[in-house]
Design a protein around this ligand. Sequence first.
Ligand SMILES: *[C@@H]1O[C@H](CO)[C@@H](O)[C@H](O)[C@H]1NC(C)=O
Ligand SMILES: *[C@@H]1O[C@H](CO)[C@@H](O)[C@H](O)[C@H]1NC(C)=O
Ligand SMILES: *[C@@H]1O[C@H](CO)[C@@H](O)[C@H](O)[C@H]1NC(C)=O
Ligand SMILES: *[C@@H]1O[C@H](CO)[C@@H](O)[C@H](O)[C@H]1NC(C)=O
Ligand SMILES: *[C@@H]1O[C@H](CO)[C@@H](O)[C@H](O)[C@H]1NC(C)=O
Ligand SMILES: *[C@@H]1O[C@H](CO)[C@@H](O)[C@H](O)[C@H]1NC(C)=O
Ligand SMILES: *[C@@H]1O[C@H](CO)[C@@H](O)[C@H](O)[C@H]1NC(C)=O
Ligand SMILES: *[C@@H]1O[C@H](CO)[C@@H](O)[C@H](O)[C@H]1NC(C)=O
Ligand SMILES: *[C@@H]1O[C@H](CO)[C@@H](O)[C@H](O)[C@H]1NC(C)=O
Ligand SMILES: *[C@@H]1O[C@H](CO)[C@@H](O)[C@H](O)[C@H]1NC(C)=O
Length: 295
Amino acid sequence: MKFLSFLILSAAGSAIALPRGGGGGHKGNGTQSATAVSGSGCKQLNKLTALTSLAANQTKLDEVTKGNATKAEAIKAKASAAATQLATLQANATLVASCQQKVAVRAAENQCEEMAKLEKLQALVANQTALDEKTKNNATKADAIKAKAAAGATVLAELQANTTLAQICAVEQTKSLCRDMSKLEKEIALAANATAVDAKFDGNATKVAKFEAKVAEAQAKLTALQSNTTLTSECASLKSTTGSGSASTVAQQAASTASASAATASGITSGVASLQSLGTFMSVASAMLFGALLL
Ligand SMILES: *[C@@H]1O[C@H](CO)[C@@H](O)[C@H](O)[C@H]1NC(C)=O
Ligand SMILES: *[C@@H]1O[C@H](CO)[C@@H](O)[C@H](O)[C@H]1NC(C)=O
Ligand SMILES: *[C@@H]1O[C@H](CO)[C@@H](O)[C@H](O)[C@H]1NC(C)=O
Ligand SMILES: *[C@@H]1O[C@H](CO)[C@@H](O)[C@H](O)[C@H]1NC(C)=O
Ligand SMILES: *[C@@H]1O[C@H](CO)[C@@H](O)[C@H](O)[C@H]1NC(C)=O
Ligand SMILES: *[C@@H]1O[C@H](CO)[C@@H](O)[C@H](O)[C@H]1NC(C)=O
Ligand SMILES: *[C@@H]1O[C@H](CO)[C@@H](O)[C@H](O)[C@H]1NC(C)=O
Ligand SMILES: *[C@@H]1O[C@H](CO)[C@@H](O)[C@H](O)[C@H]1NC(C)=O
Ligand SMILES: *[C@@H]1O[C@H](CO)[C@@H](O)[C@H](O)[C@H]1NC(C)=O
Ligand SMILES: *[C@@H]1O[C@H](CO)[C@@H](O)[C@H](O)[C@H]1NC(C)=O
């Protein structure tokens, strides 16, 4: 895993620092003033960008308001009132860049998840025994799963061909295993403390016995994971790099590199174009946003 070490080193040396937690502003109350927004960040930018893009798209407005013109007008009025705030946020290049990076990280994480899902599906259809088990020998169901796998094959091949993505996913996978390990360690530590176990299960012997059986399984899993020294040393570096949040910095760094090269490749360098793509991404959430705004 040379790549991981490389990422950790470059992340440690990089000046990229994302605002943690985001500012957000108030939820569910559209009357926040301009001053209330001054301390906000990405969340606010995303929210207002989505609101503005929603207000500008009558088709989407109709969808979201189910054709209620009063509601649509209210959204337009809200977007119009927020225009100055949005312009101020958009003028902050640091903020815009960090938001784009977050969007890129999230997109990559979603792609990793999708890839894992599609790989699992391929493995399932390649294993008749497993498929029979899963479908309880129902050939109709098995055929449906096979069709789904076939339909996803092209997407999977595309995802797998992306080496940048593969590197990000490898980091994500390691992070996930490290989290698993520390969870198992905690469970086992708890089990070793009879007082704590008794307290947790109110002294219910049935529950305690069940828990102990689970812990035995956890111990076996943990031992297996710990026997992988590559993994344990990677988890140690992730923990020590910059304290909390270092692991996500690794992925952020990777995604940032990826999105930067993608942007260069396609010639998207203007802030306007970047914001439009951010808006497109965020517009997916506009139905949710609509709910939050009008309540
Ligand atoms: C909305 O927020 C403003 C300012 O924070 C506050 O004065 C007002 O009472 C809030 N309205 C509702 C309905 O919560
Ligand atoms: C407007 O919204 C519709 C429905 O969500 C979408 O298909 C369309 O691409 C959007 N138009 C623009 C210009 O973004
Ligand atoms: C449209 O929305 C407004 C405001 O939420 C509501 O008062 C009204 O009843 C709605 N009209 C219809 C036809 O649903
Ligand atoms: C721009 O955004 C960054 C990151 O959110 C923030 O730290 C900075 O204070 C903002 N600058 C201005 C002028 O608002
Ligand atoms: C590969 O994946 C990265 C991370 O999601 C993405 O930024 C990049 O655009 C992808 N490259 C190609 C050629 O699809
Ligand atoms: C196929 O699936 C069965 C049942 O889940 C499993 O026991 C077996 O190891 C799998 N075979 C292969 C080659 O993965
Ligand atoms: C097999 O699955 C299909 C689709 O889910 C269902 O309609 C059918 O009743 C099932 N057949 C049997 C024998 O269970
Ligand atoms: C065991 O758990 C109890 C209750 O949670 C706690 O007070 C005690 O310090 C623990 N003992 C050890 C050795 O960790
Ligand atoms: C202990 O837990 C079991 C399983 O949850 C429950 O069925 C049983 O009633 C509990 N016994 C006591 C004494 O609370
Ligand atoms: C050990 O962990 C590394 C890093 O997560 C992984 O790439 C490798 O496949 C693991 N080795 C085994 C034998 O599971």
